[in-house]
Design a protein around this ligand. Structure first.
Ligand code: ADP
Ligand code: MG
Length: 701
């Protein structure tokens, strides 16, 4: 055993087999090193003891010293609680416990002197402290040696029962740090330490557990967060580099006839500057022999489809095929139609492949793909699951990636003999931190400009009660020739209920908007593809003025004359969904509106979502708020999203540190691509051992 950091935790004095089992189970601590990574989540300033008379509600956590009264029970049923008082010469303070009452009763000794630590809160006209930390003290004098900052460690009821409360863990940490300290080596190159003003690694561990001052602790914390994020970025960038170097794809050098003819003769409008820039970026990427892996972010309505189309033309011009995959059938059909009509007369063969494509049609498609006579295939995920093989697939475009997992992206590679270039498009902007981690291996392009003439959508929140007002508004809009979406949420528990909900809504709408003055369409997930398509078509061509739908219309659907989006039970939708839905309007030159209808009962999160929607149209801002509310895993799509589990840093709150760390990682890699310089030896070792997506920190030296 060369380093005690790897010693099994049961060998630490005071632990033993039974406690070790619990530490492993409850906190994932298997070794001395793991224990040292179990950092305090808070520190108590034990140097200050407040006289009870000075304790107010505004204070954060405070410490007082006093004698404990008898404990008694109060309340019944769920509000049953244990109460007591703590008294010093200046006054008394109520203490209360809702949980672990038995344990509290067994351990606390009425009549004794206690150091009491907790957050004072107002309860009626009085103050109390719920679940305070209680430390028995022999006498006032005996406290002195504990003064200063003390760490507070998270623990569990089970651990506490075995005596492993925060204070015991603190003791173990002290012991462990003594044993291991000299084995904690610096791993970052000296240049970074200096330039980024990072404290030494060993010192950082000391100052995290037993800080001299909060300032010291902050520096230590910064250093360890930086290290974690730096190593993460290093790994992502190195992976990307290895992949880019090793993955050859088909070079797409020339801008050919098809592209030029379309661009100069068919394109009905001028490209935005952003579209031009992005098409150039994509071409530049595909020219080289190396595989393109690019993420195209552009807010709803920024014109991503056209960018995809131009990219596909480049590929076809170079004798290759292209694939466009969409998350829903409706969207695939829409892409197929608009792209077919854009390209009409250019002699390009385009086909649609979805779940409802017939066997006979499939056969034709498969044959066309294999002999190369089919140039562009558009479809749903059926195109990857299906046994589809291409003669020469040059580019795979994936629209609205938030519906596709990382694993599915990889499946695209197997569609031809040579992996195709990959373009992932998303309208749900990914917060920068996530873009740098989850999609850190993709190059990014941003469409940060909307086509000219668009007016920002006006969004408002209405309570159910004002439904009539909303209906009145719908009538006005329809009278002006506009069209309206009314969307109902999916309630996961029961599809039946969903449908019921939707059908009831539909009935109410047809009553409020009766034929023959009004025509109402309905689309939902349970309909047959051709019926769905027929209804969409009726709406698109203006035969119906109102479209009642579930979220099947969430992504991509493009009906420029629709200018009102009503979202029923808006409190049930997530932020990115609301933003997507809103993006269905505001596509024409007319002023568009989004009305969010909700009940009165709103959770704090729901309120925040609604407020955000009303306040901004900026998809990036919305993505940031979404990240704050839901956390990185959920935003990126949980499990397969590849959001790393971080020990010290936090992807939501440490965005700045992440950006700095990424810049450093890039810098180091550009100067020493294979990390062969001696000062980068440790970094190399660390980034190579952390092979899975999560940073495991199996060892800290
Ligand atoms: P999204 O980025 O949300 O996928 P789309 O590609 O569906 O957006 O484009 C939205 C609408 O804007 C479509 O009707 C499209 O034809 C139109 N459009 C795209 N580019 C331009 C442009 N440069 N000028 C005018 N309209 C454009
Ligand atoms: Mg789109």
């Amino acid at each position: 055993m060369d380093t005690p950091l790897k010693s099994p935790i049961e060998y630490l004095k005071g632990v033993g087999p039974a406690k070790a089992e619990l530490l492993k189970k409850e906190l994932g601590i298997f070794t001395f090193g793991h224990l040292l990574l179990h950092f305090p989540f808070r520190y108590i300033d034990r140097s200050k003891i407040y006289p009870i008379a000075e304790v107010t509600e505004d204070l954060p956590y405070v410490q007082t010293l006093g004698r404990l009264s008898a404990l008694s029970e109060a309340g019944e049923g769920r509000s049953k609680r244990l109460v007591a008082k703590i008294q010093d010469p200046t006054g008394t303070l109520d203490l209360v416990w809702f949980q672990g009452q038995k344990w509290v009763k067994q351990t606390l000794k009425p009549g004794q002197l206690y150091l009491v630590f907790g957050k004072p809160t107002a309860y009626g006209s009085k103050l109390n402290m719920a679940h305070p930390e209680m430390e028995l003290v022999a006498s006032k004098e005996s406290i002195e040696k504990n003064s200063g900052l003390r760490p507070v460690y998270s623990t569990t009821e089970k651990l506490k029962k075995k005596g492993l409360d925060s204070k015991q863990i603190e003791k173990l940490q002290r012991l462990c740090l003594d044993l291991c300290s000299k084995h904690i080596y610096e791993i970052l190159p000296p240049e970074i330490l200096q330039e980024a003003k990072l404290v030494d690694r060993r010192l950082a561990f000391h100052q995290m557990h037993f800080p001299q001052s909060m300032e010291h602790q902050k520096k230590a914390h910064f250093r360890l967060k930086f290290e974690e994020l730096f190593l993460l970025q290093m790994r992502i960038l190195r992976n990307a580099k290895t992949r880019n170097e090793n993955t050859q794809s088909i070079p797409i050098p020339k801008v050919g006839e098809l592209f030029n003819e379309f661009f100069h003769e068919k394109l009905p409008f001028e490209l935005t500057e952003a579209q031009k820039r992005v098409v150039r970026e994509i071409h530049h990427d595909m020219k080289k022999g190396q595989q393109m892996n690019r993420l195209l972010q552009g807010d709803v309505g920024s014109g991503k489809t056209l960018v995809a189309l131009l990219s596909m033309l480049l590929v076809v011009d170079n004798g290759c095929q292209a694939l466009l995959m969409a998350p829903t059938e409706i969207l695939a059909v829409q892409h197929f139609k608009s792209i077919s009509s854009f390209l009409f007369g250019l002699g390009i063969e385009i086909k649609l492949l979805t779940g409802s494509t017939s066997q006979a049609e499939r056969k034709i498609i498969h044959a066309g793909l294999r002999d190369g006579s089919l140039h562009i295939l558009i479809g749903t995920h059926a195109v990857i699951e299906d046994n589809v093989l291409f003669k020469r697939l040059g580019l795979a475009v994936i629209d609205e990636q938030h519906r596709f997992g990382v694993a599915q992206r990889a499946k695209m590679w197997k569609k031809g003999q040579i992996p195709p270039h990959i373009l992932v498009m998303t309208a749900t902007p990914i917060p920068r931190t996530l873009a740098m981690t989850v999609y850190g291996d993709l190059d990014t392009s941003v469409l940060d400009e909307l086509p000219p003439g668009r007016k920002p959508i006006q969004t408002a929140h209405y309570y159910e009660k004002n439904r009539l007002k909303v209906f009145g508004f719908i009538k006005e809009q329809i009278a002006e020739g506009r069209q309206v979406y009314i969307v109902y949420p999916l309630i996961d528990e029961s599809e039946k209920l969903d449908l019921q909900n939707l059908m009831q809504g539909y009935e109410a709408i047809t009553k409020a908007f009766p034929s023959p003055d009004y025509k109402v369409s309905i689309v939902h997930g349970k309909m047959k593809a051709e019926d769905k398509e027929a209804e969409m078509q009726r709406f698109k061509t203006g035969q119906t003025q109102i479209m009642v739908a579930t979220t099947v219309i969430e992504v991509g659907v493009d009906v420029p004359n629709a200018s009102v989006m009503i979202i029923e039970n808006a409190e049930r939708f997530g932020l990115s969904q609301l933003h997507q839905l809103r993006g269905r309007v505001g596509r024409g030159a007319k002023q568009s509106y989004c009305l969010l209808l909700t009940g009165y009962k709103l959770s704090a999160d729901a309120r925040k979502r609604l407020e955000t929607m009303v306040a901004t149209n900026d998809g990036f801002r919305i993505a940031e708020v979404d990240l704050e509310i839901r956390g990185p895993g959920d935003v990126a799509g949980t499990q397969q999203s590849g959001v790393p589990t971080l020990k010290v840093a936090n992807l939501v709150t440490d965005q700045k540190i992440l950006a700095i760390a990424r810049d450093w990682a890039k810098l180091v890699l550009s100067a020493d691509p294979d990390l062969i310089k001696p000062e980068n030896a440790y970094v190399k070792k660390f980034t190579e051992t952390l092979t899975d997506n999560r940073i495991s920190w199996n060892q800290i030296s």
